[in-house]
Design a binder for this molecule. Structure first.
Ligand code: ZN
Length: 305
C-alpha cells in the first residue's frame, strides 16, 4: 500500500495490546476464539527483541498523554505496550521479558479479580509498580459497558479507580474498556469520574491532537510472524487498519451488535474464525468490499442516472 506512505505527516505513537501469555507448547483448554489471545513467551520475547534492536523505547503514560494533548516532544521511536485483563501469566511470563529489555508496560487490571485464582495478586502488582510498570483500570468486573445503565457504568469506572488507588497508593487515571466496547455515555462517565484517557480496541493512529478518549491500539494475537508484527508498526499500515476498523464499526452499527456476535460465532463454526484475527485477510476483504461498492456506484451512474 505504498500510495498511503505519505501518511501521517505527524508522528504516531503505536500502542500494542496483549492479553494472555503461555509457554510455547502449552496445550490450552480454552475456546478457539479465546486461544487467539494467548501469545507464546518465545513470540513475545522475539517481538520485544525486535523493538529493542530497532531502537524503540517505551513511553511513560504521562509523556504519552502530554504528546497527544499538548504536542510535547517524545522520543522519536516511542511505543506504548499495554496488557489487558490482569491474569497472573502477565507477571509470570511477560514481566520478566519486559524487564530484560528495560521496557515498561501498562497493565489494565480487572479490580474485582485481584487476588483471585489465575489473576494477579496484590503482591505481584506492587512489585511490578515498583519496577516502573503502570497499573491502570480495566473496570471493576469486566462487563460490556454499553449494555449497562449509566449508574452501573459509573460504579464500574469509579469503584475500580478508587479501590485500585487505595491498593497501590498511586493515581489511576487511564481506562481500557472491556471488549473494546464504549459509547458516548461511557466516555462522558469516564471524564466525569476523573479519567484522563480511554483505550479502545480499535485500530488507528495516535497522533498529537487525537482524542484521548478513543485511543487506538494494535491487537497482537497468537502465532504472529515477526515480519507481520514489524509491518503492523508502519504508520501507513496503522492508518489503513484504522480505515478498516472504522468500516467494521459502521458495519457493526448497521447490522447491530447482537447480529455481529452471531456472525462472529458463525465464522468460527464454519472454520473461518482466523479471518477475524488475520490482518492480511481483512485487508483483502476491505479492498473487495470497496471495489463492490465502487462497482455498484458505477452501475447506478450508467443505468439509472
Ligand atoms: Zn479485557
Amino acid at each position: 500500500m505504498s500510495f498511503l506512505k505519505f501518511y501521517p505527516a505527524k508522528k504516531n505513537i503505536p500502542v500494542l495490546t496483549y492479553h494472555y501469555f503461555r509457554e510455547p507448547d502449552f496445550k490450552l483448554n480454552v475456546s478457539l476464539e479465546r486461544s487467539y489471545y494467548y501469545v507464546s513467551c518465545s513470540d513475545f520475547d522475539a517481538q520485544m527483541n525486535y523493538l529493542y534492536t530497532r531502537g524503540y523505547k517505551t513511553v511513560p503514560l504521562d509523556a504519552f498523554n502530554d504528546y497527544i494533548t499538548k504536542g510535547l516532544e517524545v522520543f522519536p521511536k516511542s511505543i506504548l505496550i499495554t496488557i489487558d485483563d490482569g491474569l497472573s501469566d502477565s507477571f509470570d511470563y511477560a514481566y520478566p521479558i519486559l524487564k530484560k529489555y528495560k521496557f515498561t508496560a501498562v497493565f489494565f487490571v480487572v479490580v474485582d479479580n485481584i487476588d483471585k485464582p489465575g489473576s494477579l495478586n496484590l503482591e505481584q502488582i506492587l512489585e511490578m509498580k515498583d519496577n516502573q510498570m503502570s497499573i491502570q483500570s480495566h473496570t471493576y468486573s469486566h462487563l460490556n459497558l454499553i449494555t449497562l445503565k449509566p449508574d452501573e457504568v459509573r460504579t464500574e469506572l469509579f469503584v475500580s479507580k478508587r479501590k485500585l488507588e487505595e491498593m497501590i497508593s498511586t493515581p489511576v487515571e487511564f481506562l481500557a474498556v472491556p471488549f473494546g466496547k464504549y459509547n458516548s455515555m461511557v466516555v462522558d462517565i469516564a471524564k466525569e469520574t476523573g479519567y484522563r484517557g480511554l483505550f479502545t480496541l480499535e485500530s488507528g493512529l495516535n497522533i498529537s491532537g487525537s482524542n484521548m478518549f478513543t485511543l487506538k491500539r494494535i491487537l497482537i494475537v497468537k502465532d504472529m510472524p515477526l515480519a507481520e508484527f514489524a509491518g503492523m508498526l508502519k504508520p501507513s499500515n496503522i492508518y489503513l487498519d484504522g480505515l478498516i476498523s472504522a468500516f467494521k464499526a459502521n458495519f457493526r452499527k448497521f447490522i447491530g451488535y447482537r447480529n455481529t456476535a452471531i456472525f462472529r460465532k458463525f465464522l468460527f463454526r464454519i472454520g473461518l474464525g482466523s479471518f477475524i484475527f488475520n490482518k492480511n485477510l481483512r485487508k483483502i476483504f476491505f479492498v473487495f468490499v470497496s471495489l463492490v461498492i465502487v462497482l455498484i456506484w458505477v452501475l447506478i451512474k450508467i443505468f439509472i442516472i
